[in-house]
Design a protein around this ligand. Structure first.
Ligand SMILES: [Zn+2]
Length: 201
């Protein structure tokens, strides 16, 4: 019967020292929580520039429509369970289905149906051995067919964001933003060089 007193003593230690518990919580709040916040902010603030050092594939232009995997497979006569249904995929004009990685830039296609079922151009890359498309820039087209660089924007703080969330600065609402913009020059140069190479054959 000796374990009983020990158990009681432990219990009473916890309850008799609520201040210790509060102090520990306070330390967590003070020292632990700022670090994830800072990490998230610095990774997302800089957009494409931040992502580029991690790029080990070539940036390419991918075109097509983003749909949910369930729809893409249904058109091919395949039915899948809910676990696979809501994966965002790019359907290319050639009929390829490429899953999109839900990272800092691709996540918006999972969140925002306004970005799906419409013509898009994605500056993106694929890593070797991985099927996922990692988007860096998203272009959509308006009713007149004008190419629009597409991201999110806080009108109060004037900062861009790349997924739906409260503004990183004021915590207010952000809006989907469309800006008429050409494709980046590095893609145009690639296109020119590859087409001229084809022409010369
Ligand atoms: Zn804001």
């Amino acid at each position: 019967m000796t374990p009983l007193p020990i158990r009681r003593r432990r219990t009473s230690w916890v309850y008799s020292r609520p201040i210790v518990g509060l102090a520990v919580l306070g330390l967590f709040a003070t020292f632990v929580s700022p670090f994830p916040a800072l990490t998230v902010q610095s990774a997302e603030d800089t957009g494409e520039a931040k992502a580029e050092p991690e790029t080990n594939g070539e940036r390419e232009l991918f075109t097509g429509q983003v749909v949910l995997l369930r729809e893409a497979l249904k058109r091919r006569g395949l039915r899948v369970a809910d676990e696979m249904a809501d994966q965002a995929v790019l359907e290319t004009p050639e009929g390829d289905v490429i899953p999109i990685l839900a990272d800092w830039r691709g996540r918006a296609f999972f969140q925002d149906e306004r970005l799906r079922d419409r013509k898009v151009e994605l500056v993106a890359y694929r890593r070797e051995h991985l099927p996922y498309l990692q988007a860096l820039m998203v272009f959509t087209f308006d009713e007149d067919g004008v190419r629009q660089y597409t991201d999110y924007w806080c009108d109060v703080c004037s900062i861009p964001m790349y997924e739906i969330k409260p503004c990183e600065c004021c915590q207010g609402d952000i809006r989907l933003r469309f800006q008429p913009q050409d494709l980046p020059d590095y893609l145009k140069l690639d296109a020119v060089s590859s087409s001229s190479a084809t022409d010369s054959k």
